[in-house]
Design a protein around this ligand. Structure first.
Ligand SMILES: [Zn+2]
Length: 241
């Protein structure tokens, strides 16, 4: 409430018509409508010998619309940025990393949903063969390379506990991982088994060793992630003849 204590008369008070208050239906559609909560209305245009005062509630409604617009822009841009790193705040409030969830998002998530999305973001797509526009290949010796010549195309996947070195931590798909070194243990065991089989064959005068390698089955995957800790170079058994 603004009180004018002097006795000078107010020149005129302009009522702000309803039409002005209904400007910008966009903010309404986006859920925020701060100007509807404003108690101020109308305008005061006061003049005296000392000067003049103009107080117009249109200024407040414009500010309210600006804030609604900023909020809307923040939410939609943040949502877009999260989608860019495969993080989707779904209608039910949960966070998903599945691009298939893109159609199942609120038009404008709440602040809490966005904060949750940010805290659980930075996911990586399973099965993508390209990272930052680059394709990767694996050499016969198991090294990662960008050269396709004579090499096998690799499918990039998120890190899991079992393919990080023991005691190392990392985030993948918003989950804190603690490396177990399992894949290195498997590689060590493969080398050991291969060396043992070859040494045994040599001592027995045998020359034929055939290895059976692991091949992935549905039980190798958990929630779409490869969790068996093995690959097609993992020796399952060796037969000496
Ligand atoms: Zn497997």
């Amino acid at each position: 409430m603004i009180k004018l204590s002097c006795k000078n008369k107010m020149k005129y008070v302009v009522p702000v018509c309803a039409a002005v208050l209904l400007i910008s239906g966009t903010a309404l559609a986006n859920g925020a409508n701060r100007k509807a909560l404003l108690a101020s209305h109308g305008a005061v245009d006061f003049s005296s010998a000392e000067g003049s005062i103009l107080i117009d509630s249109t200024d407040l409604t414009n500010l309210a619309d600006e804030i609604d617009s900023l909020e809307s822009a923040f939410k939609s841009k943040t949502k877009k940025a999260l989608n860019g790193i495969n993080t989707y705040v779904k209608n039910d409030g949960t966070v998903s990393y599945d691009p298939g969830s893109a159609a199942n998002q609120p038009e404008l998530p709440t602040y809490n949903q966005l904060m949750d999305g940010i805290a659980n973001s930075q996911s990586s797509s399973i099965g993508i063969a390209r990272l930052s526009g680059t394709s990767y290949y694996r050499t016969s010796k198991g090294k990662l390379t960008t050269s396709s010549s004579g090499n096998t195309s690799v499918s990039l996947g998120s890190a899991i506990d079992d393919n990080l070195s023991a005691g190392k931590v990392a985030y993948a798909d918003g989950t804190l991982l603690l490396g177990t070194g399992y894949d290195n243990a498997v590689l060590y065991k493969n080398g050991y088994n291969k060396g043992y089989a070859e040494g045994y064959a040599a001592s027995e005068g045998c020359s034929n060793i055939s290895y059976t390698y692991h091949s992935h089955s549905s039980s190798c995957y958990t929630n779409g992630k490869l969790t068996c800790g093995k690959d097609e170079n993992t020796i399952v058994s060796a037969t000496i003849s």
